[in-house]
Design a protein around this ligand. Structure first.
Ligand code: ADP
Ligand code: MG
Ligand code: ZN
Length: 732
């Protein structure tokens, strides 16, 4: 049975092997066990229930909390020709009835429903008529009040088993791993003797970065400029800030939309769709955005403010890179974030939970201040057994930290705060230290203090930076509910009394980025062409672009240059159905590109070898090689039968360019080809002259130097003939 699962994985999804946990989960479901699976975002939970659903008899009911989630999943399945549908409040009545009718005729392998559907008696009646293979509960943490997205209707799930003589298999999936939530899922959904698996939380493709700075916007702008055309989320702590950042990005000319609870439903949905469908590159949002966002190709998540705890941070940041491609999670930090978060906790109504929230906030602040591996810090928070101390893919692992002693500066600042009786905020303290002659300072008689003007040689920004460090390292405490006021902590007192030194850590980026790019290099222009085609197709199909192909898949095409269907099937994320549906249009673009840039076949084969090294599956290589030769020989045999390029292309369902490629490769391999079949007699000489003049075998300039009627095909065959045939005419 598991072999069958592997076959389906390749055939439908185009993947060669299972990810961590998937095999065990599928195995257990197929053996009839209930399952609780905790896997990180992007870990590949959907496949764990979709594949068994395809294998088992009957329909799998998937409980999924959000309309957008259901639509994406069902779109994906339909693209793969797997019979699936969803039922939710967004459907027009006629459509709803049709789906219910077909569901009762057991037409679907998967039927997605919102949990609220379970409150409807009609629906429950209907379920009795369907042969159910499994109930799969996606985002199962929604059953728990401890989780962040509690949905009361999830509690109805446990009643479903009463409907059937034989208890259906129940599988539950979540990325939320706290023991309390896990406990709730088991008890509230009522899993029996279930198989439980918690896979690692590490997401190796995510790079973590904490950037401490005073002025955040210029940094953001620079980053976005350097990452144009990529999809990204910018999280802000408040609606007001969301509006502001969004506004400034729009003004700067970027395609950004916004999302927060203060917008109307319609506006929110539109903005979300614009982001999902690649009409907008950037979404600026509060934490209201993201639950149920399955967009795969989000390349960065920037937190414009420090969020309230590590759980939220990892969940939000984790929305980057679900396709497994390198992505960045950047947290922009300055001490005002602490003030804002304190304020939010202080003003929340739930008194009982405040101390807990403060404790969690402290852990978050520690994340921003640690000089150790950031990934280690986060993963360790969830899983104390995680012991990889250095990841080399976070800003701390990638930077050198230089310390300088700032004990004297600290003493000056603290004594100034002390003399101002710990009643003022950062700006006033700085004004005094700088010796400002403003009216307010004079009115308060601060110009009479011994600390007045004590640090006038320091710039305002430097002072801010130092105070920021002192706050985040706990020498200064921020308090006061309306206006943040600076106070001296116990450790601060120790410094004032000369009992403790203070060192500030300055971070210098080592910038390892460059070597990395070499490894993942691919032609960006081709990638953009493929992306444009993907968008066009998606638009026609009314699905999100990543449902057609993910970024990872397009990149793989840019590395491997698939020129026919067999090649296409070797691309990561291309199964038979997608190869069938979209293969050709993409192959056409790629073969034009290959021709235009005169990318040599030998190079193609190098790429293949790389790929084989990576896959490291010796046996399948051989069959692939044979297949590849087969496809060329098939074209060659047709040519030998006297068919022309167009006829061969039609018979084989490939583009003409692909057939040309086959024949040229055969010629290079020593097969007998009569080149003159492809070249007009008087053209050959012109082509060779042009070639000699231009001095390179790039096709485009040669074509442009020649009369219009001479085709690329002629040029390619003429060059091939004169190279392979060993004539010296090429050298002039
Ligand atoms: P989750 O629900 O766990 O957040 P998804 O099920 O949405 O994750 O999967 C995330 C991405 O990983 C999807 O693009 C999916 O196709 C891909 N994926 C899943 N399983 C595999 C696999 N075995 N090999 C490669 N990619 C996979
Ligand atoms: Mg999921
Ligand atoms: Zn690290």
């Amino acid at each position: 049975m598991v072999e069958k699962a592997l076959v389906l994985l390749k055939k439908y999804y185009g993947y060669d092997s299972f990810r961590e946990g998937q095999k065990e989960i599928i195995e257990n479901i197929l053996n009839g066990n209930d399952v609780l699976a905790v896997m990180p975002t992007g870990g590949g939970k959907s496949i764990c229930y979709q594949i068994p659903a395809m294998i088992m008899e009957g329909t799998t009911i998937v409980i999924s909390p959000l309309i957008s989630l259901m639509k994406d999943q069902v779109d994906t399945l339909q693209q793969l020709d797997i019979p699936a549908a969803y039922i939710n409040s967004s459907l027009p009545l006629g459509e709803l009835n049709r789906i219910i009718f077909e569901a009762c005729n057991n037409k679907y392998k998967l039927l997605y429903v919102a949990p609220e559907r379970l409150d409807s008696e009609n629906f429950i009646e209907m379920l009795k008529n369907i042969k159910i293979s499994m109930i799969a509960v996606d985002e199962a943490h929604c059953v728990s009040q401890w989780g962040h997205d509690f949905r009361p209707s999830y509690l109805k799930i446990r009643e479903l088993e009463k409907l059937y003589k034989e208890k259906p298999i129940i599988s539950a999936f979540t990325a939320t791993a706290t023991p309390a939530v896990r406990e709730d899922i088991i008890n509230l959904i009522k899993l029996h003797n279930h198989f439980e698996i918690i896979t690692g939380f590490d997401r190796v493709n995510l790079k973590f970065d904490v950037v401490k700075l005073n002025k955040k916007f210029p940094y953001l702008l620079k980053y976005i400029e350097e990452n144009k055309e990529k999809s990204g989320i910018i999280y802000c702590l408040t609606r007001k800030l969301t509006d502001e950042v969004h506004n400034r990005l729009i003004t700067a000319g970027y395609k950004a939309v916004k999302y927060h609870a203060g917008l109307s439903d319609a506006e929110r949905n539109k903005n979300q769709d614009d982001f999902l469908y690649d009409n907008a590159d950037i979404i600026v949002a509060t934490n209201a955005f993201g639950m149920g966002i399955d967009k795969l190709d989000i390349r960065y998540v920037i937190h414009y403010n420090m969020p309230k705890n590590i759980e939220s941070y990892y969940q939000e940041a984790g929305r980057a890179g679900r396709d497994g491609e390198a992505s960045e999670c950047i947290l922009l930090f300055n001490p005002s974030d602490i003030v804002m978060n304190n304020f939010l906790i202080e003003s929340s109504i739930d008194e009982s939970n405040k101390s807990n929230e403060y404790a969690k906030l402290r852990e978050m602040i520690n994340y921003c201040n640690t000089d150790k591996c950031l990934r280690h810090y986060i993963i360790n928070y969830f899983d104390s057994s995680f012991n990889k101390e250095k990841c080399n893919n976070c800003s701390n692992c990638l930077s050198e930290i230089e310390s300088s002693d700032i004990t004297m500066e600290t003493q000056k600042i603290l004594s100034c705060i002390y003399r101002m009786e710990e009643r003022f905020g950062m700006n006033v303290v700085i004004d005094v230290l700088k010796g400002s002659s403003s009216q307010r300072i004079r009115m308060l008689k601060f110009d009479k203090l011994s600390t007045y003007g004590l640090m006038k040689e320091y710039s305002k920004d430097t002072l801010k930076e130092i105070i920021a460090y002192l706050i985040s390292d706990g020498y200064i405490i921020i308090s006061g509910d309306k206006y943040p006021v600076l106070k001296i902590s116990q450790t601060g007192n120790a410094v004032l009394r000369g009992k403790q030194q203070v060192t500030i850590k300055k971070v210098f980026s080592k910038n390892n980025q460059e070597d990395k790019n070499i490894l993942t290099d691919y032609p960006k222009d081709l990638f953009e062409m493929l992306r444009a085609k993907r968008k066009e197709l998606a638009h026609k199909l009314k699905v999100a672009p990543f449902i057609v192909f993910s970024d990872a898949t397009l990149k793989d095409m840019c590395v491997k240059y698939p020129l026919n269907k067999e090649d296409m099937l070797r691309i990561k994320g291309v199964g038979e159905h997608k190869a069938e549906k979209y293969g050709e249009v993409f192959i056409d673009i790629i073969s034009h590109y290959v021709n235009e840039h005169n990318i040599q076949i030998s190079k193609l084969e190098n790429h293949k070898i790389n790929d084989e090294d990576i896959n490291n599956t010796k046996t399948s290589n051989k069959t692939d090689k044979v297949k590849k030769e087969d496809t060329r020989t098939i074209s060659y045999n047709l040519y030998n039968e006297g068919k022309n390029l167009k006829e061969i292309a039609d018979i084989r369902g490939f583009s003409i360019v692909t057939i040309e490629e086959h024949l040229l490769q055969c010629a290079k391999l020593g097969f007998d080809i009569n080149f003159d079949d492809f070249i007009e007699p008087e053209h050959e000489k012109l082509i060779l002259e042009a070639f000699n003049k231009i001095g390179s075998d790039k096709l485009k300039p040669i074509k442009e130097a020649l009369p219009h009627e001479i085709t690329y095909t002629e040029i390619k065959f003429a060059l091939c003939k004169n190279k392979e045939g060993g004539h010296t005419s090429l050298q002039g």
